[in-house]
Structure formats: C-alpha cells, structure tokens
Design a protein around this ligand. Structure first.
Ligand SMILES: [Zn+2]
Length: 302
C-alpha cells in the first residue's frame, strides 16, 4: 500500500512492466516519449494514437481501481495457498463477491505462459480423480454430497536426484486411454526424458515418441502406487487438499482448468526464493495477457 499510494503510482508500475524498454506505440510500433493526453491516457508522438497502459491487457476497461487490483495480486501471491473469492472480498472490503471472484479468475488466466518449456530429466506421469461440483446434479436439488463429480486429472512431475521434486504440469483429461494421455505427455514432457508410468496400455507408445519409458506394474497390494511414484502421489493429495481447503470444494468442472493453472503456478514457484518474485511475475504476465470478458469467465466452455 506504501508503494502504490494512488492510481498514478500503479499506472507507472504497470507502464514499466508493459514497456520495460520504454513506450512502444501499440498502433504504429514507434518508440517515443508519449504525450500525457490525460492522467491515464498516453498519446503516441509519431502517429497521435491514444492508448492507456491497461488497454489490451488483463486490466482492460476495468472499473475496479488499479490500487485494488495490485492489492489483490499481493494477497493472491503472498498467501502460500492463495485466497478464496470470499477471503479476498473481505480483506479488500469489496462490495461484491462477484467482483472478487472475477478478479481471481482473471489472474488465473495470467498464470500460465503459452510458450513454457516442457518438463525434462526424470518425470513421473499418472492420473488421479478429484472431486468437484457438478452443477447438473446440484440443479436437480440433490444434496451437496451427491452434487460432486469425479474428474480425471493427468499429472506429470519432475523427479530430482538425489531427492526432491521439480516442476509439474496438470491437465483435465476425459479418460484414461491413449488418445487422452499420449497428447498430454507429448505437450508436457520433452522427448528424451525418462518417463515413469504405471502399467497402463495408454502409455505403451511412449518409446516410439522419443521417451525413455519405465513402466512399473503394481500387481501386489504391498506395492501401492505411492511407493513407486511418490511425486504424482504427493501432487494429487496436495491438489485435492487445496481444492477442498482454500476453495472449499466450490470449483465447478468447467472452471477446473484455470484452478489447475493456479495450482501449477504456485507449485512451480514454491521455494521461498522464487515466492518473493510471485507478485512481480503475476503482474508481468497480466500486462501481456489478453482481456477476458466476464461473460467468458462464467461461460460453460472456456
Ligand atoms: Zn503510434
């Protein structure tokens, strides 16, 4: 709050993030010192185009003050497990739950970069079911218990040597067959990596795609999956606890992908050193993330 005393200091901060090399006109591309057409408006000295630092970013056309946005970004990144919409509404004193909820969803869109590097080295891959709300069942007036649906999530995690875990990738998948899991592995893991899976036939073609495939088959009850694949087991249980804890299970299936993005963002930056950078990273990505309308956030299909 000291750093961002007023809207102007927020604007200057975002301006530095968006144009680290100095202003570049979104229309003509010229680099120049823009005129200040008004408090928030910049005018290109070459072509006269007027723009704001927030136009075309996640903060496009927002009616929420930037100060509130930056405070929200701070709470989102400062809490180890993040914050629920209700928690954010309270701490920021926002008038509506909906505003807090939509802010969190917009930030989630900024948490994953499209061109990120695939996992490498030694990687465990498996699938796990998570419980989330099923709006169809709820609408029929069922009790909450029966209003949940099991959704399958594919998990990939780097296993470090001699110990510890690296980065993860998660994806909601429609089934346990090769057509769902092979594309996930190919998008998430670099060829040449040593990929460890269970004995499922879905993974049988991995070596044909350039992976060094290690399969372990659990035939005996005394050799459960969490012993031979500790990484995926750990991520699956953390993910379930996070969905039920921070978000109290109030995650709908059509929005699960964005929650998986947030979980991945947090997990991959979980060391104390990189956690200090979270606020900066989130805003850095927010100013290069396309605007998303409220209608699209609540849409059934993302
Ligand atoms: Zn221009």
């Amino acid at each position: 709050m000291d750093w961002f005393r007023d809207e102007q200091s927020c604007l200057s901060y975002l301006e530095q993030l968006r144009w680290p090399e100095g202003f570049a006109c979104p229309r003509c591309g010229a680099s120049n010192d823009p005129y200040a057409a008004s408090r928030a408006r910049l005018m290109c000295a070459a072509c006269g185009h007027q723009c704001t630092v927030t136009a075309g970013t996640l903060f496009d056309k927002t009616r929420t003050p930037l100060r509130t946005w930056l405070a929200a970004a701070w709470y989102v990144t400062n809490q180890k497990y993040g914050v629920s919409a209700l928690g954010l509404q309270r701490v920021l004193g926002l008038g509506s739950y909906q505003t807090a909820w939509a802010m969190l969803h917009r930030f989630r869109r900024a948490m994953v970069r499209a061109a990120r590097e695939r996992l490498s080295g030694k990687v465990e891959v498996d699938e796990s079911y998570v419980d989330i709300l099923d709006p169809y069942k709820l609408r029929k007036g069922a009790r909450l218990q029966s209003g949940t649906a099991k959704t399958l999530v594919a998990i990939a995690i780097e296993v470090l040597e001699p110990k510890g875990f690296g980065r993860i990738r998660l994806r909601r998948v429609a089934g346990t067959s090769e057509q769902h899991l092979l594309p996930f592995v190919r998008d998430a893991v670099q060829p040449g990596a040593r990929v460890h899976t269970d004995g499922s036939a879905a993974y049988r073609a991995l070596s044909e795609h350039g992976y060094i495939h290690h399969q372990s088959v659990h035939l005996r009850a005394d050799d459960p999956a969490h012993v031979s694949m500790p990484g995926v087991h750990r991520v699956a249980s953390l993910l379930k606890r996070w969905l039920l804890g921070t978000h109290q299970g109030a995650v709908r299936s059509e929005q699960l992908d964005h929650y998986l993005d947030e979980f991945t963002f947090r997990f991959n930056r979980r060391t104390s050193r990189s956690r200090g950078l979270l606020f900066y990273r989130l805003l850095e990505q927010a100013v290069i993330t396309q605007p998303v309308t409220y209608e699209r956030i609540v849409a059934r299909r993302p």
